[in-house]
Design a protein around this ligand. Structure first.
Ligand code: UFG
Length: 327
């Protein structure tokens, strides 16, 4: 039985959908603070909080857990700057509670959601896994501290953990039954599409004077279903006795904010006329992944790498009249 923490969230709900499609037995642990129970589909939920050592441990007493995929965490860089303690508590102490519960119940397979944010301002792009970890926000720090705890637990207790450092998760399941629904929404693609759907006011471009060809920030967008595939491969690796490892997960191709806006205009047929605004503090100019390691180790290859495909999939979901927290 696989434990999926944060299974009601954006990436977690897509993971659960895939596990259901493949008939893989799993259970979700989620406090539903940021996730939506409507996204759980037929996956079974144990409602609980990563910050409670007792609630986390109780899952391992109730269920025959063999491996854990840990998504549950706060994810907004900007929010982390304003409320760092919440990130340390939920993200970092949450991981410690999980590691302790796994250790005492002798569960030693973990797939961990890490992030490009652990690298901070890149010294080179595309970023390889051996790039120094110089995170520049409490969010990045909370994930970096989690990575260090996982490394220590691997060395001391024989935990086998695969850390996946995601770049910018995007898109939604092609059948549009689940997708990205943060509240409040801060991510570029859903903001652009919600503006196109008339569900948000005019969008802003944060910064037009970056050292990039069109002056706007460049990101490596990766389809959520391609991220899920990386987790499936990580689970197989661990099931087959594979050891701890870590991988970047991105397409390696960057798109600027202006390119994303143009693609969103093309897909939706609407003009967005974005307001050109000041930089958002803490945004690096360019973040792209060197994902050659996961490609050569496991043959992982993104199946939906085109920006337009990601935006089309997200649009099918976000333009649905029933989209959102009240769906
Ligand atoms: N942006 C805008 N206008 C908006 C929203 C975003 O111009 O309304 C810009 C941002 O300034 C940035 C780019 O679009 O340059 C992408 O921003 P997102 O907020 O969509 O994503 P981030 O790159 O800031 O962060 C995301 C996740 C993090 C993760 C990181 C890894 O939110 O959890 O990717 O690269 F760590």
């Amino acid at each position: 039985m696989i434990l999926v923490t944060g299974g009601a969230g954006f990436i977690g709900s897509h993971m659960c959908r895939r596990l259901r499609d493949e008939g893989i037995d799993h259970v979700v642990f989620d406090n539903l603070e940021r996730g939506w129970k409507e996204s759980l589909g037929g996956s079974r939920l144990i409602q609980g909080d990563m910050r409670s050592r007792e609630e986390v441990a109780a899952v391992f007493d109730r269920e025959e857990i063999t491996a854990v995929i840990h998504f549950a965490a706060y994810i907004e860089v900007g929010e982390s700057v304003k409320a760092p303690a919440a990130f340390w508590e939920n993200n970092t102490i949450g991981v410690w509670n999980l590691i302790e519960a796994m250790r005492s119940r002798e569960v030693n397979q973990l797939v961990f959601s890490s992030t490009a944010a652990v690298y901070g301002e890149p010294q080179q792009v595309p970023i390889p896994e051996h790039h120094p970890r110089n995170s520049t926000s409490p969010y990045g720090d909370s994930k970096l501290a989690s990575e260090r705890m996982i490394e220590a637990a691997s060395a001391a207790y024989g935990l086998n953990a695969v850390r996946l450092r995601y770049f910018n998760a995007a898109g939604s399941h092609p059948d549009a039954t689940i997708g990205e629904a943060h509240d409040p929404e801060t991510h570029l693609i859903p903001i652009a599409l919600l503006a196109a759907a008339g569900k948000r006011p005019r969008m802003k471009i944060f910064g037009t004077d970056y050292d990039t060809p069109d002056g706007t920030c460049i990101r490596d967008y990766i389809h959520v279903c391609d991220l899920v595939e990386a987790h499936i491969l990580a689970l197989k690796h661990l099931e087959n006795g594979g050891k701890s490892d870590l991988f970047n997960v991105g397409t390696g191709k960057g798109f600027s904010v202006k390119e994303v806006v143009s693609a969103a205009e093309m897909v939706t047929g609407k003009s967005l006329d974005p307001e050109l605004a000041d930089r958002r503090p803490g945004d690096p100019a360019v973040l792209t992944a060197d994902s050659s390691k996961i490609q050569s180790a496991w043959g992982w290859k993104p199946q939906r790498p085109d920006l337009e495909t990601m935006i089309e999939d997200a649009w099918r979901w976000l333009s649905d009249p029933a989209y959102g927290p009240n769906r």
